[in-house]
Write a protein that binds this ligand. Sequence first.
Ligand SMILES: [Zn+2]
Length: 171
Amino acid sequence: MNKKTYNLIYYDNPILKIKCKRIEKLSGEDVEFANILINLMLKYDGIGLAANQIGDNRCIIAIGGVDPLKSPAIFINPTIIRFLEPIVTFEEGCLSFPKLYLSIDRPEGIIVEYYDINFKKQTLEAHQLLARVLQHEIDHINGIRFIDRIPETKLENITSVLESINRRYNG
Ligand SMILES: [Zn+2]
């Protein structure tokens, strides 16, 4: 058996712009992959990581032990079914964009439906940091990067930073 190795994917790899595939039936290999996702997230000190950020197209995200979660958790096929006001601004980072921090406007809370690691359907109401991380990661599996959430004029200001990430990590 040759084990596939996974590495972080950086801007502007096309897999960060794909819509990931929903999981219809959870396999043992999917569970193994979910554990790899969590371990890589922890290794890189992240609080969230999406499958396509390590080059895979499954609808799976890992979230760190963000309050009120007690430990890292896996969200399979996560879907936001409701956004909860107000809209708040918060500075975000992303493991696919090293050292880039951007203020992003997002709803303060969300209600999300997902399947847990036992493929049991769950509904979660999340607020504050947890809602923020979930929205960022759910964006990823829908092919949306946080730079897609800032105005064009702001994007122009970070062109050189983006180019340097590309040179350094994708060179
Ligand atoms: Zn990210």
